[in-house]
Design a binder for this molecule. Sequence first.
Ligand code: SF4
Ligand code: SF4
Length: 130
Amino acid sequence: MKNRVFLRPHHLVCLMSFQGEGYDEVFVSKIKKIIESLESALDEKLIYVVNGCDDVCRYCPNRNGDSCKDEAQISNLDSSFSKILDVQQGDMYCHSEIRQMIRNKLSVGEFEEICRKCQWLQICRIALWN
Ligand code: SF4
Ligand code: SF4
């Protein structure tokens, strides 16, 4: 069995819409590795939902110890996506379940409202609803 991937709620959506954008090369390359690992085992429950910093934050230049430099805004993202997708800390999912949850539970309007402050909004919107 492959290693678990620890993800905070909003990163469930970020990873499913990832198109190669990121804060720096190391960050992007680590995200690609995480995605490759999940895509190579689509139906294995490798995704473990956590609160706070996760496996994506670990390589981010905006991480500040166990927190994000912009934790207030990021916590809002987590909380909004948690409610809509109905996920909470400790839940485990496989890649295909997350894809389906996003398709079934998240509307374009909700997504645009929640992610309105993110620089990658348009890229992610096209990736999720193309
Ligand atoms: S540290 Fe902050 S900006 Fe970086 S990936 Fe985590 S939540 Fe996003
Ligand atoms: S728009 Fe930003 S916060 Fe929203 S899913 Fe994309 S990268 Fe994540």
